[in-house]
Ligand binder design. Structure first.
Ligand code: KIV
Ligand code: ZN
Length: 513
């Protein structure tokens, strides 16, 4: 057992499994770079065998990330494992994470395999993976609901085969902190070779206890790796939230007595990047990264904090990256200043042409908005997905008219590949009219499941509006995000971004078929 807690981030794999949270390869690479700045120990970059898109994303992250270990998920079969190894070839430090379900329910109903078959498949897969990679993690899916005798048998075998990390998922978020902690402790006590591997916790948040369960797994169970996601992103109610678990261990070092390699000042930037990329907005009262997390509204609290900070603050806002919003650039800032700011924010662009395109969007924004904040720059770079040449749908122009007592009307010009479309429509409001105009030409038939607007920088009507549009079509769900000082334009961008994602997802599915 070591006194270091390994932080394993799975935002790009388990987080991305959340309906609507799918990301492009470039978006994933940008987030992976931020995770590396945050100094997470392991980045689970995706599930290489699940699609060509995921394979390319894992490969690209493996080729660019040098400090963190880059990991790919793989089902417990040779094809998946070989595909993961192939995607990870360029990694400085690679890990293969293989899994198979071990609960009676999953084995019988989902896998239709006997316990002996599952045991044998786990053995073969870890053996195969170890021949390809020195760092192999094994997860018994639905581990927490598995028969403990059977689980001990499987885990003992995979340690013998060379698994270096054993991860015990609470796949359906059913655990209770004390029981989960005891479960991990019992496994470690009963398995004779348990000290040959690092034990890891992986908790889902269905009952709102993912962070508490993970911490119990660490404190009671002796786990030394926590699997988590930025903002707790993930399917259903999400995964254990990285920022909460990290700040709990750091703030209560007196209790946990564990070291971590995390640079906590990068937490907020990571949170914003994930939220802006996926369109999953962070609730204001979310611990650590919510807009109100460090805001004291009541007079008594404000008075106390002014007299002595620690009367009401257990963490310092600046330690997790909160600083007063800085006006970083304005209309007169040149290309070099802009390029430098991109570098400071850790945004790397592949080519001069990309920087030029981003700078053109920056000057356009600076013409319309006097103060440009870091958040605006992050949104502007994210917006590339709408304006970049390689995207199918791109907004060209929009005008709309709305007046009290009149039905709003919008005209939209947009490109679909090489073709320029001009469309117009009435609507209940200008946003409705704009989206209807686009839909009149595209005829996607997609169902609008969510529409939300947020101010990118808080507290001012001068802020850019950031719009999230969630569309569903043919069983697929995607989120599109668009930002602009004009929320009608931001809405049209978000709608086109969602259509682009629907289209690229359809291509991915077709490529697999
Ligand atoms: O929740 C789960 O069981 C998983 C495994 C694949 C590790 O995500
Ligand atoms: Zn999971």
């Amino acid at each position: 057992m070591t006194d270091k807690l390994i932080i394993f981030d799975t935002t790009l794999r388990d987080g991305e499994q959340s309906p609507g949270a799918s990301m492009t390869r470039d978006e994933k690479l940008r987030i992976a770079r931020q995770l590396e700045r945050l100094r997470v120990d392991v980045i689970e970059a995706g599930f290489a065998a699940s699609s060509n898109g995921d394979f390319e994303a894992v490969k690209s992250i493996a080729n660019h990330i040098r400090e963190s270990i880059v990991c790919s998920l793989a089902r417990a079969n040779d094809r998946d494992i070989a595909r993961a190894a192939e995607a990870l070839k360029g990694a400085a430090r690679a890990r293969i994470h293989t899994f198979i379900a071990t609960s009676a329910l999953h084995m019988e109903k989902k896998l239709r395999m006997t316990p002996d078959q599952v045991h044998e498949q786990a053995r073969q897969s870890v053996r195969f993976a170890r021949n390809l990679c020195g760092d192999v993690e094994f997860s018994p899916e639905d581990g927490y609901r598995s028969d403990i005798d059977f689980l001990c048998r499987v885990l003992e075998t995979v340690i013998d085969e060379g698994a270096t990390t054993l991860n015990i998922p609470d796949t359906v978020g059913y655990a209770i902190p004390e029981l989960y902690g005891n479960f991990i402790r019992t496994l470690r006590e009963r398995i004779p070779n348990s000290d040959k591997a690092i034990w890891s916790v992986h908790c889902h948040n269905d009952l709102g206890m993912a962070v508490a369960n993970s911490l119990a797994g660490v404190k009671i169970g002796g786990a030394r790796q926590v699997e988590c996601t930025i903002n707790g992103l993930g399917e259903r109610a999400g995964n254990c939230s990285l920022e909460e678990v990290v700040m709990a261990v750091r703030t209560r070092r007196d209790y946990f007595d564990l070291d971590m390699g995390i640079d906590t000042t990068q937490i907020l930037a990571a949170s914003r990047m994930v939220s802006q990329t996926t369109g999953f907005v962070v609730q204001p009262n979310k611990a650590v990264v919510g807009a109100n997390a460090f805001a004291h509204a009541s007079g008594i609290h404000q008075d106390g904090v002014l007299k002595a900070r620690d009367t009401y603050e257990i963490m310092r806002a600046e330690d997790v990256g909160w600083a007063a919003n800085k006006i970083v650039l304005g209309k007169l800032s040149g290309r070099n200043a802009f390029k430098q700011r991109l570098q400071d924010l850790g945004i790397e662009m592949e080519s001069e042409a990309e920087i030029n395109a981003a700078f053109a969007r920056f000057t356009d924004l600076a013409d319309r908005k006097s103060e440009i904040f870091d958040e605006d720059i992050i949104a502007l770079v994210g917006d590339e997905s709408v304006t970049a040449e390689h995207e199918h749908y791109r907004l060209l122009a929009l005008s709309q008219r709305s007046e009290t007592g009149e039905r709003p009307h919008a005209r939209v010009a947009f490109a679909a590949g090489e073709i320029e479309h001009h469309a117009e429509s009435d609507g209940n409001g200008p946003v409705d009219a704009s989206l209807k105009a686009i839909e009149s030409k595209v005829a996607s038939g997609a169902e609008l499941m969510l529409y939300s607007v947020n101010a990118i920088t808080s507290g001012s009507t001068e802020s850019q509006g950031e719009v999230t549009v969630r569309l569903q079509h043919g069983g697929r769900i995607v989120n599109g995000v668009g930002a602009d000082p004009d929320i009608v334009v931001a809405s049209a961008k978000a709608y086109l971004s969602a259509l682009n994602k629907l289209q690229s997802k359809a291509e991915r599915v077709a490529a697999q078929g």
